[in-house]
Design a protein around this ligand. Structure first.
Ligand code: PLP
Length: 465
C-alpha cells in the first residue's frame, strides 16, 4: 500500500504559505513571471523538495481568491468543507460514469439533484452534474434541440434552420452551445433587454414571429437568473407563456443567480422557475465550492438519457442490478470527476439554511454598498442591483467623455490590482463602462465594503487631481 505521509507533509508546507498574510494579487504579466519562474520540463525527474518549492511559488503567484479583497469574479472566499470534499474526491479518483466506480458519490449526486429539483419545484425531475455552467447551458440547448427535432440525434438538423433566443445580457456560453450543436451562432438571437437588463418578452415574441416568417424553426429560449455583468433576473412567467405558445424549450441559466432559491427573502427573484424545462446551477460561484461543481436540472425525467445516451453498452454500462444508478448515460462525458462529494460535503456542513444566510447577508452588504455609492459625490451607479453585482464608476468633477471615463475606471481597477490592495474588474452595461464589484465572499462586512470604495475613490482622486 502506498503511504501518502510524504504528500501530506508537502501539502502542509504549502498550506502554511497559503495561510500567510499576503496581497490579493502579486503576479505581473506573463512575460514578467516567465523571467522569474522556469516552468520548463525535462527528461530527468526531480525530488519532492523541488515540487514543494514550485507549489509554494504557484500559490504565491496565483490571485488569492479566498480573500475578502477579491471582488473580481462570481466567487470569493473559501469553502472549507467543499475543499475537504475536493481532496477526498481526488484521493479516491472515483469515476462517475457507473455506480460501481463511484458508489457513494453517485448516491450523493442523486441526492443533490433531488434537493435542487425540490428548490426549483420540478416534481418529477432529473439532472446530472456537469463540468461547469457552460456545459449546463449546452445541455439545456441540446435538450431543446431534442424536443423540437426528436431524430436530430441520429439524422442531424435535416436542412432545418433552428433558432435559439437569449437576452442581449446572456453569458457567452450560449454562443458556444449554438456553435457546438450545429445551430450556428448567427441563429442565436440576442433579444433586447430593458433598462434593468431583463429580457423584454414582447421583443422575444417579435423575434420568434420574425423567425417563423423566414420559415425558420424556433426551438429554444434561454433565460438568465442573475446575469454576469449586472445580476439581472429575466422574467420567467411571461416567457414561459411564450415558450408554451410556440412549443419551445425554456431553459433558465441560474449559474450565478440560482442560490437565491435557498433564501425565503430573495427567492421571489426566480418566481415561477418551475415553469421552465431545465435549469443550470453552479456551486462554484456564489456557494464557493471549489471549481468546478455545476449541475443541470430537468423537469421531465428520462429526457437526458433519451437525448444523450449512445454507445458504451458493450463494455461499460452493464445491465446489472445497479444499471438504474449509472449516471454515465445522462452525461456527455465518459470519465467524470466526483464533484458531488465537495458539493454534498459543503451542503451537509452548512445546511440549506447556511446557504440562505449567505445570500441574505450578502444582499444586506449589497444594500450598504449601494447606499455608500449613492451618497458619494464622485460615484455613480450604472445599473440596478437586484443581486450581488454592483456596477458603478468614479466620475471626477470636470466633465469627461464616455471614453475618458472608461479609461479612468479601467486604470483604477488596474492600479488597485497591481498594488495588491483589491482585485476588482471593469465591465460595460448599455454603453457605459465602470467598475464591476461582486459581493461573493461570506466574510464581507460593511467595513470591508467601505474600504474598497475608499480605495476606488482615493485612486480616482489621485488620477484626476
Ligand atoms: C450567467 C452565467 N452563466 C454561465 C456561466 C458559465 O459558467 P462556467 O464558468 O461555470 O462555465 C457564467 C460564468 O460566469 C455566467 O455568469
Amino acid at each position: 500500500m502506498h503511504s501518502l505521509n510524504n504528500e501530506l507533509e508537502m501539502l502542509k508546507q504549502v498550506i502554511q504559505d497559503f495561510e500567510k498574510e499576503r496581497p490579493v494579487n502579486t503576479a505581473g504579466s506573463a512575460r514578467e513571471v516567465l523571467e522569474t519562474l522556469d516552468v520548463g520540463l525535462s527528461d530527468s525527474g526531480c525530488d519532492q523538495d523541488t515540487l514543494v518549492d514550485f507549489a509554494k511559488k504557484y500559490v504565491a503567484l496565483n490571485p488569492d481568491v479566498s480573500q475578502t479583497d477579491f471582488f473580481k469574479l462570481l466567487y470569493s472566499g473559501i469553502n472549507a468543507p467543499g475543499l475537504f470534499g475536493e481532496w477526498v474526491a481526488s484521493l479516491s479518483n472515483a469515476n462517475m460514469h457507473t455506480y460501481q466506480m463511484s458508489p457513494v458519490a453517485t448516491l450523493m449526486e442523486l441526492e443533490l439533484i433531488k434537493q435542487w429539483n425540490q428548490l426549483i419545484g420540478y416534481e418529477q425531475g432529473e439532472g446530472v452534474l456537469v463540468s461547469g455552467g457552460s456545459q449546463a447551458n449546452l445541455i439545456g440547448m441540446m435538450l431543446g434541440r431534442h424536443h423540437k427535432l426528436g431524430d436530430c440525434k441520429r439524422l442531424g438538423l435535416q436542412g432545418k434552420t433552428l433558432i435559439a433566443y437569449v437576452s442581449d445580457q446572456a453569458h457567452y456560453s450560449s454562443q458556444r452551445a449554438a456553435n457546438l450543436l450545429g445551430i450556428g451562432t448567427d441563429n442565436l438571437i440576442a433579444v433586447a433587454s430593458d433598462e434593468d437588463g431583463r429580457i423584454i418578452p414582447d421583443e422575444l415574441e417579435k423575434e420568434i414571429k420574425a423567425s417563423l416568417a423566414k420559415d425558420h424553426t424556433p426551438f429554444y429560449i434561454g433565460l438568465t437568473a442573475g446575469t454576469t455583468v449586472i445580476g439581472a433576473y429575466d422574467p420567467i412567467k411571461p416567457c414561459a407563456e411564450i415558450a408554451k405558445r410556440y412549443d419551445l424549450w425554456l431553459h433558465v441559466d441560474g449559474a450565478w443567480g440560482a442560490p437565491v432559491l435557498f433564501s425565503k427573502e430573495h427567492r421571489h427573484l426566480m418566481d415561477d422557475v418551475s415553469l421552465s424545462d431545465s435549469m443550470s446551477w453552479d456551486a462554484h460561484k456564489l456557494l464557493s465550492v471549489p471549481l468546478t461543481s455545476s449541475g443541470v436540472q430537468v423537469k421531465k425525467a428520462g429526457i437526458l438519457k433519451e437525448a444523450i445516451a449512445g454507445g458504451g453498452g458493450e463494455y461499460l454500462f452493464h445491465q446489472d442490478e445497479n444499471a438504474d444508478f449509472n449516471l454515465g448515460e445522462k452525461s456527455i462525458q465518459c470519465g467524470r470527476r466526483a464533484d458531488s462529494l465537495k458539493v454534498w460535503m459543503s451542503w451537509k456542513a452548512n445546511g440549506a439554511n447556511g446557504f440562505a444566510n449567505k445570500v441574505d447577508h450578502l444582499q444586506a452588504m449589497k444594500r450598504h454598498c449601494v447606499e455608500q455609492i449613492e451618497n458619494h459625490p464622485r460615484f455613480k451607479l450604472l445599473a440596478p442591483t437586484a443581486y450581488l453585482n454592483i456596477l458603478f464608476r468614479y466620475e471626477p468633477e470636470t466633465e469627461l467623455t464616455e471614453e475618458q471615463l472608461r479609461e479612468l475606471n479601467i486604470t483604477i481597477c488596474k492600479n488597485l490590482k497591481s498594488k495588491g490592495s483589491a482585485f476588482i474588474d471593469y465591465a460595460s452595461f448599455k454603453g457605459r463602462s465602470g467598475i464591476r464589484l461582486i459581493l461573493g465572499n461570506v466574510d464581507t462586512t460593511k467595513e470591508i465594503v467601505d474600504k474598497v470604495l475608499a480605495l476606488c475613490a482615493a485612486e480616482g482622486d489621485l488620477l484626476t487631481k
